[in-house]
Design a protein around this ligand. Structure first.
Ligand code: HEC
Length: 158
């Protein structure tokens, strides 16, 4: 009798664990769906549904390139100070999620192996760094990286 009760308790407990795991999965999937919706609504108008941008018009291609910035201290600050992100009216958590989505989807081999996903707290801190000219800031980062042989997206802005 005692054994049967113990088994019933165990079954109930594992049922709870399974339900929690399923709920957790749903939350994760929802988070990604929201990031995808935000990308479509706030970013794809310029960057395109496939993240290819319009390089000759000054919208950088993400493919195999954008991850370089995620692996660089100043680059990570740059990402959250580009005008399209600053003016997106997304929360810092949403900005982090949409940037993580871009990295996962398009950074490819440019993403560092030890990539640390962006969090809302990091976005808040990086937005507080004063960046006077985004074009000059990007150029300085790219000059430093290209001296190490690291390639970034084509960028025609003067
Ligand atoms: C109005 C057009 C526009 C929109 C909308 C826009 N961007 Fe951009 N984005 C640009 C341009 C132009 C650049 C190049 C940097 C610069 O000169 O501002 C850029 C650069 C970037 C970069 C860095 C790529 C590189 O190689 O320098 C990332 C990442 C990025 N945008 C993400 C986003 C995200 C995420 C959103 C949506 C929340 C978004 N952008 C919305 C135009 C836009």
């Amino acid at each position: 009798m005692r054994l049967r009760r113990a088994l019933a308790a165990l079954a109930a407990a594992s049922g709870v664990a399974a339900a929690a795991a399923i709920a957790g999965h749903a939350v994760a999937a929802d988070g990604e769906r929201t990031a995808q919706a935000n990308y479509i609504l706030r970013c794809a108008g310029c960057h395109g549904m496939a993240g290819a941008g319009v390089p000759h018009a000054g919208i950088p291609d993400f493919h195999g390139l954008v991850g370089v910035f995620a692996g660089d201290e100043e680059g990570r600050t740059y990402l959250f100070n580009v005008p399209g992100v600053v003016g997106s009216s997304l929360s810092d958590a949403e900005k982090a999620a949409v940037m993580n989505l871009i990295m996962k989807r398009w950074a490819g081999e440019s993403l560092p192996a030890d990539f640390a996903a962006f969090t809302a707290e990091e976005v808040t801190a990086r937005r507080a760094v004063p960046v006077e000219s985004i074009v000059d800031f990007r150029r300085a980062i790219v000059d430093r990286l290209s001296a190490e042989g690291i390639v970034t997206a084509e960028y025609p802005w003067p």
